[in-house]
Design a protein around this ligand. Structure first.
Ligand SMILES: [Zn+2]
Length: 324
């Protein structure tokens, strides 16, 4: 049994109860310390002015969602000289103001969004017991991106999928600090140019070899040096090697055969493909016939394996006879 303190989203939160929610998750009811500290004068106060509840999504437990139901108090400051009359419990280390999830969950959402993108991150988070939409993942990414204070000088720019193979945006990364600076709605030259114009400190742009970002860089940041990033160089090299290998592999194969052999080889290939397809169709029909007879799956598997073995032996014998 997990003790109550293990359900706490932070060391200052005392857990009162842990219950099952109607949706099958867990509700952790907790409260903070029984007194507050005035942020202006630093005096402790036990005079409660009021309280409200904040519901925060927290780390999942055993694959189920966990919601922390936290009682946040408002206290009266009793120092006569203090300009502040009331103040609230400080929970910035648990969750940001108006946030719907704890900061530690927000960190995970940002990391997954950065690594996998909106939709894949949403699917992964659901599997982990964190119901977070792809819009939220993107919002976290953007918020994190806006947190960078100093203007970027060395950036990486590449396309980024909002929905894989359907809609693409543009991701811009500060390569010195290794953080995402911005995620643009599309991968349009005008959008990228405008972004670069708003960031005149950019000195180096690492990009793929697509003309779109090259044009945007020329128009939006003519002062910047454009470089091809390592990933795309290696990718291009691999593609070039594959193309050459395929080309020369086929040519070498053809050169080893005479014209007559070439025609025979093409005929044999066609025949073998047709035979392969026919044999697969036969297996499919046989399996369905056996299933209709009421045979079990294991029995069908055994018979199909026997039939395939007999078929292979038969073909081998035929080839031997042809060779003679
Ligand atoms: Zn005070």
């Amino acid at each position: 049994m997990i003790s109550k303190k293990h359900w706490s989203p932070g060391s200052d939160v005392a857990v009162q109860s842990v219950d099952r929610s109607e949706s099958g998750g867990w509700i952790v009811s907790g409260s903070l310390t029984p007194s507050g500290i005035c942020p202006d004068c630093g005096l402790h106060s036990r005079r409660r002015h009021g309280w409200r509840r904040r519901r925060l999504q927290d780390y999942p437990a055993h694959g189920d969602e966990v919601t922390v139901d936290l009682a946040v108090c408002r206290w009266r400051c009793q120092a006569p000289a203090c300009p502040r009359r009331t103040f609230s419990d400080q929970i910035a280390w648990i969750a940001r103001p108006f946030a719907r999830r704890t900061s530690r969950v927000g960190e995970i959402v940002s990391h997954l969004g950065h690594a996998a993108g909106g939709r894949p991150a949403e699917r992964l988070l659901h599997r982990l017991g964190l119901g977070v939409s792809d819009d939220t993942v993107l919002r976290h990414l953007k918020k994190r991106a806006q947190g960078t204070a100093e203007p970027p000088t060395v950036i990486g720019i590449d396309d980024w999928s909002w929905r894989k193979s359907q809609t693409y945006g543009t991701i811009i990364v500060d390569l010195e600090r290794r953080v995402v600076i911005d995620v643009l709605e599309d991968r349009d030259v005008v959008t990228c140019t405008n972004w670069l114009k708003r960031h005149p400190d950019v000195e180096v742009i690492s990009r793929d070899r697509c003309g779109l970002y090259a044009q945007a860089a020329r128009q939006g940041a003519p002062q910047a040096k454009q470089v091809a990033d390592r990933f795309h160089i290696v990718q291009n090299l691999r593609q070039a090697i594959e193309e050459q290998m395929n080309l020369h592999g086929r040519a070498t194969g053809r050169a080893l055969l005479s014209d007559a052999d070439n025609i025979t080889a093409a005929g044999s290939l066609l025949k073998s493909r047709l035979a392969h397809r026919t044999s697969r169709e036969e297996i499919f029909t046989t399996i369905h016939a056996l299933r209709n007879q009421g045979l079990s799956c294991s029995e069908i598997g055994r018979r199909a394996a026997d039939a395939q073995r007999r078929d292979r032996e038969c073909r081998r014998d035929r080839r031997r006879e042809d060779d003679r």
